[in-house]
Design a protein around this ligand. Sequence first.
Ligand SMILES: [Zn+2]
Length: 318
Amino acid sequence: MHLSFQSLTDAVKRFFRRPVRAVLFAMAVAFLLLAWLFIPPSPALTEFKVGTVSNKGWTSVLNHPVDLNVQVLRVGAIQMDRNSLLQQGPQDWSERYAALAVKAYVFEHPNYGLFAIDAGFHRSFADQNEGNYNGLMRVMVKLSNIENSLTTPALDALIPVNTLKGMFLTHLHPDHTSGIESFPADMPVIADVREYDWLGKLINTDLLEKHRHWQYLSFEHAASIAPFNEVLDVFGDGSVWALSTRGHSAGHVSYLLNDTKGAVLVTGDASHFGFGFHQRLAPAAPGETNKQFARQSLNALVSFAEQFPQVRVELGHE
Ligand SMILES: [Zn+2]
């Protein structure tokens, strides 16, 4: 076929002769423009290099704990319908409208220093329902009647901010990231690489620009230790494990902290609260595939907890 400028313009004209096509085209352009305006470019990401798996069985791992001095901190509260966090919550149950805790965790590795998992609410939540959330999140909070509050000090007031070596994230939902703003902009913040998707970026626009040191965990060559399909031995000594529990978000991670004072399983929002965990009600998730992953991840966490009852389970918001 001979392609000339004339034949090309004719083809374009034919394409737009149908009004439906013209409207769809305009909508696609508008969508791309909006996406370009609101989704920030990917932050500069570097890989957080994990150690090699030191041990391939949980019984043996738990028999070799490390002094981590794990602390569980409550840094905020959220009042909302808990059923909106479940895939299939029943109509009536006693704690359906009970307040949820916002949590952060701190541990000190004897060789690598002080780390946190999740940041919890930024200090601005002490006076404002929307705290330091970005524009989109503010609108979503307003529309959904969620009540956020902070009556305790924020994480940065509870730990020595400048000695923190890094912060691991369970996921990039803003109730877990908003407090990052109070930490030095060059402190490493580490999440599964799959968390830095368009949704993760859209709900963290301001933060991704302000904070400058983002790192990722790659589960590409992760080991599989039942009941988990993808696990990383973070420091290579069996002390801290990152367990991929995706579903609730694209790259959700739970952590096993193998502390000498007792191992702690930080589920994050792979299970928000006890009712969901004990009834095996998986958390809400975007899209059918993620919903399925969320159910698999919850099942893995529950069966791990059943198999190792000596491990303390810390659920995402309880
Ligand atoms: Zn979440």
